[in-house]
Design a protein around this ligand. Structure first.
Ligand SMILES: NC(=O)c1ccc[n+]([C@@H]2O[C@H](COP(=O)([O-])OP(=O)(O)OC[C@H]3O[C@@H](n4cnc5c(N)ncnc54)[C@H](O)[C@@H]3O)[C@@H](O)[C@H]2O)c1
Length: 288
């Protein structure tokens, strides 16, 4: 079942960390994807990365054996989303950029097309102001790597229609995901809890209380965190994390959420985590 019987194609906007991972998930589940970005270089790199993620997903048993892989089309043109049954917006965590892009997308797609934003924490109702049909917009917070993490957070904005939530669940069912629905708020549930924890972990390192490795080992060994907060930060991307923390601080008025000095310094140096080969850890020579 798909979100809409018109076709079996979703459009994904943004070919960065999440756009690639969501695209790999959809392709591995037999859904065709039109992947849109503003950079041709990014799209070329994304094609190679997605092929690698599909191999990884198959190796990890994330996709049904009998499932034919969906077809990938990459493009710089947002107009290519016109025939999609659902659109997943996974562009940079910048509220005005997202508002602009969602406004354009909602002008391109037909009424009845489910609009999904993968924002880490911008309230859905804030983004709904920029789309033509706010009832058709919902948040789906896929985690990285989307093809391996079974659970997603679904955010129902105050204007999100029941039909939209149903269409989102239909698509998520097709993608083999489990979901928990939450109400709209800055950072929703997962970013509101995880991002400040990562920020504190970085502060602990900066203050000299413990090393990066010690913080992660304690959180893994004592509290059952799968990788530790700082390794998770590297997987997310420190630029995205800093953007999301800044937005969380602005939208909640809680300045403690603002990215700490160490995080900002790493972003300034371009040490963004796995995607640049160095963040809290060094990944030079490590296959992603
Ligand atoms: N990184 C994570 O682990 C993670 C997890 C959950 C949610 N998110 C959210 O997903 C979204 C994407 O995050 P990311 O980490 O993939 O970011 P990223 O920086 O890796 O990628 C963003 C991509 O968006 C592209 N882009 C910018 N403007 C565009 C436009 N107008 N049209 C098409 N493409 C455009 C950029 O060129 C870039 O390739 C953000 O909202 C982020 O908060 C990220």
């Amino acid at each position: 079942m798909t979100a809409n019987p018109r076709s079996d194609t979703i459009a994904v906007f943004g070919a960065g960390v999440m756009g690639r991972s969501i695209t790999a998930l959809a392709l591995g589940r037999g859904v065709d994807v039109v992947l849109v970005d503003v950079s041709d270089d990014v799209l070329r790199a994304a094609e190679a990365d997605i092929a690698q993620q599909l191999r990884h997903g198959r190796f990890m048993g994330a996709f049904p054996d009998s499932q034919a892989t969906g077809t990938l089309t990459t493009t710089l043109s947002g107009e290519a989303a016109a025939d999609a049954t659902a659109v997943v917006e996974a562009i940079t965590e910048d509220s005005s950029l997202k508002a602009r892009t969602l406004a354009e997308v909602s002008g391109v797609v037909a009424p009845g097309t489910t609009l999904i934003t993968n924002t880490s924490g911008i309230p859905i109702d804030e983004l709904a102001k920029s789309v033509r049909r706010p009832a058709e917009l919902a948040g789906v917070h896929f985690m990285n790597p989307a093809y391996l993490i079974e659970m997603v957070e679904v955010i129902r904005g105050p204007q999100t229609a029941e039909d939209t939530v149903a269409a989102v669940f239909s698509l998520l069912g097709r993608l083999g995901k489990k979901a928990v629905v939450v109400h709209d708020a800055p950072g929703f549930v997962t970013s509101r809890l995880l991002h400040p924890m990562i920020n504190e972990a970085a502060r602990i390192v900066a203050e000299g209380t413990a090393s990066v490795e010690s913080v992660d080992r304690l959180m893994q060994g004592c509290l059952g965190h799968p990788t530790g907060p700082l390794r998770t930060a590297d997987l997310i991307g420190l630029d995205n994390l800093a953007d999301a923390l800044r937005l969380l601080a602005e939208r909640t008025g809680n300045t403690a959420f603002a990215p700490c000095d160490l995080l900002r310094e790493k972003v300034r140096r371009g040490d963004l985590g796995r995607k640049t080969g160095r963040g809290f850890y060094d990944y030079e020579g490590v296959l992603s």
